[in-house]
Design a protein. Structure first.
Length: 362
């Protein structure tokens, strides 16, 4: 008996995949146009090591109280607001954010650029974030700052006694659940989620084991380690980190120290220090004049000989050509060079922009 000819045309794998994607649009992000961009920290020294700053995805900042976690988040937020159609949503789950902190950071409090959601109920927070990310017809870019993850509590736990609610395990479970649901959509749709968490000293159960007191574990469990693009751990501040005035007694700033615990650019383990200037507002608390002075020495734009710092002739000529300003060629000490840039804002800003251009090209 003669076999019938099979008239069914074979379908290519590509056509099969495309048909599946079309029929299951709600289950994937393949039709999403990925939005990639970089947001500066405001610090030259930090940005250089971060490849310009942070991009869409999960950023985790951990550390002790007053280590700089929230201030760094707000500095990123200020620069994120410069992005087109952008908005910073700050989840205030504990009581640290103040009007003075917002003023120091220089954030715009315009209703289309800044919103504070005051809640420590986990379900409420994740519902808000999912609503803004998934129902976003205006294609707005969001930066979510959750300060802090440790303060979020499941609604059911709010009604339990302290003995019933296992807060330590709960924190890890919440982090895992949150990141499983939000990590991919955050990155693909071009949003940033900056998670603040605490660190705890590692406790050894072996009484004969010697442990460095500064060895720490961050809260939140292994999920934060897995899903985060960046993990920044802010270090404790010691006397050696304080920047004093010429009198050696008046504290005018300090060096903020950050360890890169996880990075996408092969710099895990690096320690970065950047200077903070006290008493400044409107986003100027990062001491860029000190960074410019420091980087000029590193990049051979200036040389130190004894107590004196000499500026290269090429830079003096370039500054004159580009700004019309005469730059002083010798300065007695690093402190005076730093102060010179504070008093000669036009010159300082030009050299700062010069470093920024190098960053953009790298």
């Amino acid at each position: 008996m003669r076999k019938k000819k099979n008239n069914i045309e074979s379908v290519s794998p590509v056509d099969q995949i495309n048909a599946y994607l079309e029929n299951n649009k709600g289950d994937h992000y393949n039709f999403e146009e990925e939005r990639d961009y970089t947001v500066s920290s405001g610090s030259l020294l930090l940005d250089i090591e971060m490849g310009g700053g942070i991009g869409p995805g999960i950023i985790r900042a951990s550390g002790i109280t007053e280590g700089g976690k929230t201030s760094c988040a707000l500095a990123f937020g200020k620069n994120f607001q410069k992005e087109e159609n952008s908005m910073v949503v700050y989840i205030k789950s504990e009581g640290r954010l103040t009007d003075d902190m917002i003023l120091r950071a220089g954030l715009s409090i315009d209703k289309d650029k800044w919103f504070v959601y005051k809640s420590n109920v986990y379900e409420s927070v994740i519902t808000l974030l999912r609503e803004l990310v998934h129902n976003n017809d205006s294609k707005r870019r969001y930066m979510f700052i959750i300060d802090s993850m440790d303060s979020l509590v499941p609604k059911a736990d709010l009604e339990k006694s302290p003995e019933e609610a296992n807060r330590v395990a709960g924190g890890a479970l919440l982090s895992s659940d949150f990141l499983r649901k939000m990590a991919l959509s955050m990155t693909t749709k071009g949003h940033i989620c900056y998670l603040v968490s605490q660190v705890r000293s590692k406790v050894s159960i072996n009484p004969y084991e010697r442990t460095d007191a500064r060895v720490t574990n961050a809260s939140g469990g292994n999920a934060l380690l897995h899903y985060s693009d960046w993990i920044l751990e802010f270090q404790e501040r010691y006397k050696a980190d304080i920047i004093f005035d010429k009198d050696g007694k008046t504290a005018v700033g300090h060096w903020c120290k950050v360890i890169f615990k996880k990075t996408p650019n092969e710099k895990t383990g690096l320690v970065v220090k950047y200077p903070i200037r006290y008493g400044r507002k409107e986003g100027k608390s990062i001491w860029v004049e000190a960074e410019v002075a420091d980087m000029m020495l590193q990049w051979d734009m200036a040389k130190k000989s004894g107590a004196w710092v000499s500026i290269s002739d090429d830079l003096i000529e370039e500054v004159k050509k580009e700004t019309g300003e005469e730059m002083k060629n010798q300065h007695q000490g690093f402190d005076n060079l730093r102060k010179y840039f504070e008093e000669n804002d036009k010159i300082g800003k030009y050299i700062f922009s010069k470093f920024r251009e190098v960053l953009k090209k790298s």
